[in-house]
Design a protein around this ligand. Structure first.
Ligand SMILES: *Cc1c(COP(=O)(O)O)cnc(C)c1O
Length: 463
C-alpha cells in the first residue's frame, strides 16, 4: 500500500515512511492510495478472536512490506500487553441497544493509548533497523501527550517533546506528562491554547531546515499509523454485536477528527456501519460545518471536556479530500483560504458527500454534567465528560432499531472534577497509577514563539 498527500504535491510514500514522517511536505496529511476491502466472510471470521488477532487481520493490508508478519504481530502483542483489561476494548451496555465501548483501559487511561502504544513499538523496530534517530514533537490538549510520553519514554533513538497549553489540561493529564523521569522526555507548557500548540508544531514541520536537522517526526493524530490503529476497535465492537449480518452505528466524541475518521475507514473496508455521529462540545466547528456548509474558526472556549477543545480539526482534511473526489489541489485551496480568512465554504457536492457519511450533534456544558449524573443513576457507569458528550448525542439521535455504540474515550478518573461536580463521587485512579500525585514534576514553560521553541529543542535533544 502506498500513501498520498491530501494536498497532492508531496512524495508518495510507503507505510513506514508515512509513519515516520507524519505531516506531508506540502502541508497535507497522508492517506492510503487504495482501499483494502474485507469481505463479509472475513469479517464473520473475526468473531471470538482476541483483540490482537483482530488487529493483525484488520491492519495487515495497510502495512505492506514495511514490517514482516512476525515483526508486526510482535509489535501488536507488546502494544496491548500493558492494558488493564483482557478484552482491551470491552463493551458495556447502557440501555436497550445502546452500548459503551470502553477505550480507557490503557496505561494513560484514554483511547490514545491504542494507537500510541502500537506506534511506539513500530517506531522502535523501524529506527533500530535503519540506525536512525528522530525527534518527536507533539502538540496535545492533554491525552495525546501523556500517551506519547508513555509510549516513547526511555527509548534510545527517540527524544520526545510535548507542547501542552499551560493551565488547560487536567491535573492527572499534566502529571502523566511531567512525572516520567527519563532524560529523553520533555514536557513543555506553552503560553497559549491548544490551537497555538498545534500551529507551532505545523510551523516546525514546514521549516524544512529544522525538520531535517533534528529528524523531526510527528505522532499527532495526523499520523496515518495512529488512525489505522483506531480502525481495529470499530471491528471488534461491531462484530461482537453481530456484524457483518447486523449493521451498527457509532457516536464518537470528536475533536481533531482522527477517531471518527478511523470509523469511516472501517466502513469503507466493508464493516456495516449505518451512521457515524460526530459529537462535539461547545467547540462545535464540525457540527456547524455540517449544518451550515461553512467551516469557520471561532476561538476556543475552555470546556469540561478539554481534549475536544479545538477550533481547527486537523484530520477533517482527510474527509474533505474524499468529499472532493480526492482532488488535492482543491483541498490545498481550501486550506489556503482557512489560513488567510479563517474559514471556507464547502461545495454543494462535497457537503452532500460529507452529510451522507457523517451526522453530528453538539452538547452544552450543562447537558454534559446532566448526562454524567443521569447515566450514573441509570446504570452505575461513571462517564468522563468527553464520553458524556458522546452519550448525550447518541441518546438524542439514535435509531432504536440499530445498535448504537458510543465510544468512551477516557477514564472518569482522568477528569475527576467534572465527574464529582455531576455526581458527588470522586473517581479514584486505578491501583497501577495510584501514586501519581506523589511523584515529582518536571516541566519547562515556553513562549508561543517558533524560534524560541526550535532553539530549545535543538539544545535539549541528544545527538
Ligand atoms: C483526543 C480525545 C478526543 C478527541 O479525539 P479526536 O480523534 O481528536 O477526534 C476525545 N476524547 C478524549 C478523551 C480524547 O483524549
Amino acid at each position: 500500500m502506498r500513501y498520498v498527500s491530501t494536498r497532492g504535491a508531496a512524495p508518495v510514500l510507503s507505510f513506514g515512511e508515512a509513519m515516520l514522517t507524519g505531516l506531508a511536505r506540502d502541508g497535507g496529511l497522508y492517506v492510503p492510495e487504495g482501499s483494502p476491502a474485507m469481505p463479509p466472510d472475513e469479517i464473520a471470521g473475526l468473531a471470538g478472536l482476541s483483540y490482537e488477532e483482530t488487529a493483525y487481520r484488520v491492519m495487515r493490508p495497510f502495512v505492506g512490506d514495511t514490517f514482516t508478519d512476525a515483526e508486526f504481530r510482535g509489535a501488536i502483542d507488546a502494544a496491548y500487553r500493558g492494558f488493564g483489561h483482557a478484552a482491551r476494548a470491552p463493551l458495556v451496555q447502557l440501555a436497550p441497544n445502546h452500548f459503551l465501548l470502553e477505550l480507557f483501559h490503557g496505561p494513560t487511561l484514554a483511547f490514545k493509548d491504542f494507537a500510541m502504544q502500537l506506534i511506539g513499538q513500530l517506531f522502535q523496530i523501524a529506527l533500530a533497523r535503519d540506525g536512525r534517530r528522530i525527534t518527536i514533537v507533539g502538540a496535545t490538549s492533554g491525552d495525546t501527550g501523556s500517551a506519547a510520553i508513555e509510549a516513547f519514554r526511555g527509548l534510545d533513538n527517540v527524544d520526545v517533546f510535548i507542547l501542552f497549553p499551560e493551565g488547560r489540561v487536567s491535573d492527572v493529564q499534566r502529571r502523566q506528562m511531567t512525572t516520567p523521569s527519563e532524560a529523553n522526555v520533555h514536557a513543555l507548557a506553552l503560553a497559549g491554547d491548544f490551537d497555538d500548540c498545534q500551529a507551532r508544531l505545523k510551523d516546525m514541520f514546514n521549516d524544512f531546515a529544522f525538520r531535517d536537522a533534528v529528524g523531526l517526526a510527528g505522532v499527532n493524530s495526523i499520523n496515518w499509523a495512529r488512525v489505522l490503529a483506531q480502525v481495529v476497535y470499530y471491528f471488534t465492537a461491531a462484530v461482537s454485536l453481530g456484524a457483518p449480518e447486523r449493521a451498527v452505528s457509532f457516536t464518537v466524541p470528536t475533536g481533531n477528527f482522527g477517531d471518527i475518521f478511523a470509523g469511516q475507514i472501517a466502513k469503507r473496508m466493508g464493516l456495516p456501519v449505518e451512521r457515524l455521529v460526530i459529537a462535539t462540545n461547545q467547540n462545535d466547528i464540525l457540527h456547524r460545518c455540517l449544518t451550515t456548509g461553512r467551516y469557520a474558526t471561532d476561538g476556543v472556549k475552555p470546556s469540561l471536556s478539554p481534549s475536544m477543545d479545538i477550533q481547527v480539526s486537523s484530520n477533517f482534511e482527510r474527509a474533505l479530500f474524499d468529499a472532493y473526489g480526492r482532488d488535492g489541489k482543491a483541498v490545498a485551496q481550501l486550506m489556503e483560504e482557512l489560513k488567510r480568512e479563517g474559514g471556507f465554504g464547502i461545495s454543494q457536492g462535497a457537503l452532500q458527500a460529507l452529510r451522507g457519511t457523517y451526522a453530528s450533534g453538539r452538547v452544552s456544558e450543562e447537558e454534559t454534567l446532566a448526562t454524567i449524573a443521569r447515566t450514573h443513576g441509570d446504570t452505575g457507569e461513571l462517564l468522563c465528560p468527553h464520553s458524556a458528550v458522546g452519550v448525550a448525542v447518541a441518546e438524542a439521535q439514535r435509531d432504536p432499531a440499530v445498535p448504537m455504540i458510543t465510544l468512551a474515550t477516557a477514564h472518569p478518573a482522568k477528569f475527576p472534577d467534572a465527574v464529582e461536580r455531576a455526581t458527588g463521587l470522586r473517581p479514584g485512579l486505578p491501583a497501577r497509577m495510584a501514586d501519581l500525585f506523589d511523584r515529582s514534576e518536571r516541566v519547562t514553560p515556553v513562549p508561543n514563539d517558533l524560534a524560541a521553541l526550535e532553539a530549545l529543542i535543538k539544545e535539549r535533544r541528544r545527538n
